[in-house]
Write a protein that binds this ligand. Structure first.
Ligand code: OOG
Ligand code: NI
Length: 302
């Protein structure tokens, strides 16, 4: 018999991935160039290191609500991270099976924003009067798949979006994009050499015209030197606002991660090093800069 956890999560991942690929043209561009360069034979060979979501930290919403979907399907809550300057909290979640992606869920600390920004956010989130995840049948995968893309509050006005953008780019992003997949992450160390090194893979990305997030440098490296991350700049998507105006706003992006072997495994051949023998988890200082992949400063540069 096939494992039911496996199947459920595969179906959930697929329901997230289809709209994501439609919104992020870089995904197809990268995958097809990887195939034509012989880095992979087909798309399924890509190892997805992790996926990420953004939430709003108010009653009935935020991490406490959203995480229930994945905890129900066997994910395990791991470390906590905080981003005081960006006014965010986050956790990462380990998958029940190795081949599934880790999950990174962040949350806006609404109470730390100005009264004005809080008022705007509440105008929308007050429309949610009970935890929407509590009202889902989490075993009904079609319902779960639809939930990620279904509005929980009314369409924002352009004015509200722009006011939020000035104070918190994250707030503006999530008030419009909600639970749409924020990014998936190509596991670079799984690729053939020399592309298994992030600096070489970044060179390949730039050669096919993918714009990289330069906040904190193109490669973000953890203090222990073992987790290296880079990301594309978010793709702009046409967004219709409450007054009927359509404006291009930041949508989602793609991330690239290289996890190096832990010190005790560093002298074995690289292709023999398993997932458990590599650096796990995340790094707050890396994440802090990756968040900026959707920021105007990155999306508007040329
Ligand atoms: C998440 C940014 C952090 C990572 O891998 O550290 C991150 C976001 O942009 O919402 O993805
Ligand atoms: Ni990430």
């Amino acid at each position: 018999m096939v494992s039911t956890i496996d199947n459920a999560l595969d179906i959930i991942m697929e329901s997230l991935f289809n709209p994501y690929k439609e919104r992020v043209a870089d995904v197809d561009k990268i995958v097809s160039s990887m195939i034509s360069k012989g880095l992979i034979a087909d798309e399924n060979e890509i190892v997805n290191d992790h996926i990420a979501f953004r939430t709003i930290g108010v009653r009935h919403l935020g991490i406490a609500s959203f995480e229930k979907i994945f905890l129900h399907h066997g994910y395990k809550k791991m470390a906590y991270y905080q981003f005081p300057e960006k006014k965010l909290n986050a956790y990462w979640y380990a998958p029940p099976i190795d081949r599934l992606p880790r999950i990174f869920i962040s949350e806006l600390r609404v109470q730390d924003l100005s009264e004005k920004a809080q008022g705007i956010i509440q105008k929308y989130t007050d429309q949610v009067t009970a935890d929407p995840v509590d009202h889902l049948d989490l075993d009904n995968l079609e319902v779960v798949g639809e939930f990620f893309h279904k509005p929980l509050w009314s369409l924002p006005t352009l004015q509200d979006y722009q006011t939020l953008l000035e104070e918190s780019e994250y707030a503006a992003w999530v008030i419009y994009n909600r639970y749409y997949l924020n990014h998936y992450t190509i596991s670079v160390h799984e690729l053939p050499q020399p592309y298994s090194e992030l600096k070489n893979f970044n060179g390949f990305l730039e050669s096919i015209g993918v714009l990289l997030n330069t906040a904190g440098g193109k490669i973000k490296t953890s203090k222990d030197g073992l987790l290296k991350q880079s990301s594309s700049v978010a793709q702009m998507v046409p967004a219709e606002f409450a007054g009927g105006e359509t404006v291009e706003i930041a949508g989602s992006y793609v991330e690239f991660a290289e996890r190096l072997p832990l010190p005790e495994y560093q002298n074995r051949p690289l292709e023999k090093v398993s997932r458990e023998q590599r650096r796990d988890g995340f790094e707050a200082a890396n994440a802090d800069k990756i968040f900026e992949s959707t920021y105007t400063e990155q999306t508007q540069k040329n």
